[in-house]
Design a protein around this ligand. Structure first.
Ligand code: SAM
Length: 342
């Protein structure tokens, strides 16, 4: 196992989120509210061979966890082949996928057989009519079928991610816990963030970690914290009956101090923070004959100088509103959440 490269605040380079496409088949209000977007040019999208080569380079710098995301990663043709190629890199211990679940029922078995270990499905509401209004999709049943198929396929863990927004789904917290218990999946509530395409964000729509815990304690009784990996984004909790759940408090209690994550977009732009203004172009050296050592050197140098703590800086911003207006996102699609991966 190589020694991890550390940044200016002694945070290791350990976890990599790989966006395999910027396309998505939902239009969630908090992420991609517009009908159409400025898409990454097709010829700029990294091939599976290029992605796998990058994974090997990152593994050599200490990365052990890879998380496939998007856009909607299941829109990328033949994802199980990429999973198999990444699994061949033995230094990557954990390989997971985040999906909206629409296409999961068809692909769960093949992904598991290819070596994918964990799946997280985004499910923001248990009410189909709310999904229709909020994500412009009538396919709520497909998401539930995807969750069931993931359970049946035998992944090591299946989780559900719920972005909690006042005025939309904040009244469903307890119902989602009940759903998770019945479905055999752990639910993680995510505070609404002002990143990328969240152009409709406002502070009053954020339901804080504290408020979520109050609501759940009122319904279920005492809640106790569960010890978790320091760098894990979710804080985990347990109800009296043993049911566990997580909260990702990126907005009101950011965890930048322990952040070991970086992101590669589908066109090979490497970002050292979800809030980073820009990133390092890895596609150019990949395609212009640079050696692995050369690319590793560029990544290591950038990581050693990393001082990002974007979510904490946002927290300290007075009069906080949406980070970007739609015009700014159109000017550079790399600022989009669906390009960076969540
Ligand atoms: N399409 C996949 C999915 O739905 O999970 C992967 C990409 S999506 C960008 C990854 C995660 O980011 C999802 O769990 C999504 O809910 C979350 N996300 C997107 N915009 C967000 C926002 N403004 N605040 C909090 N979470 C957000």
């Amino acid at each position: 196992m190589p020694d991890a490269v550390h940044d200016a605040f002694q945070r290791p380079l350990a976890s990599l989120r790989l966006s395999v496409t910027d396309r998505c088949n939902l239009r969630c209000r908090y992420c991609m509210p517009e009908d159409d977007y400025v898409w990454l040019p097709r010829q700029s999208i990294l091939t599976f061979e290029e992605i796998t080569r990058l994974v090997g380079i990152f593994a050599g710098l200490g990365v052990t966890d890879v998380h496939l995301t998007g856009g909607e990663p299941l829109l990328r043709h033949d994802l199980p082949t990429l999973v198999r190629m990444i699994r061949a890199e033995r230094r990557i211990g954990d390989l997971a996928l985040t999906t909206n679940g629409l296409l999961l029922a068809q692909q769960a078995q093949a992904l598991r057989a290819a070596g994918l270990r964990r799946v997280t499905v985004s499910l923001d509401t248990l009410r189909p009519e709310r999904m229709r209004a909020f994500a412009k999709s009538a396919r709520h049943g497909d998401v539930l079928a995807g969750i069931a198929a993931a359970r049946a396929a035998g992944f090591e863990r299946v989780k559900v991610n719920t972005v909690v927004i006042r005025g939309f789904n904040a009244d469903e917290l307890a119902d989602l816990i009940d759903f998770g218990r019945t479905a055999g999946v752990e639910v993680r509530f995510i505070e609404y963030m002002d990143v990328g395409g969240a152009t409709l964000w406002s502070r009053d729509q954020v339901v804080s970690r504290g408020e979520m815990l109050d609501v759940l304690a009122h319904r279920f009784g005492p809640i106790e914290p569960v010890a978790a990996r320091a760098s894990a984004p979710a804080e985990r909790f347990r109800l009296a009956d043993g049911t566990t759940f997580g909260i990702i408090a990126s907005t009101t209690a950011p965890f930048c101090g322990a952040c070991d994550r970086s992101r590669v977009t589908a066109d090979g732009t490497w970002l050292t923070c979800l809030y980073a203004v820009d990133g390092l172009d890895l596609r150019e050296p990949l395609r212009s004959g640079a050696t692995d050592e050369d690319i590793a050197g560029r990544i290591a140098d950038a990581w050693r100088g990393r001082v990002d703590r974007g979510a904490e800086q946002r927290l300290a911003t007075p009069e906080r509103g949406a980070l970007y207006a739609i015009e700014a996102l159109r000017a550079d699609p790399h600022r989009e959440m669906h390009t960076r991966g969540g």
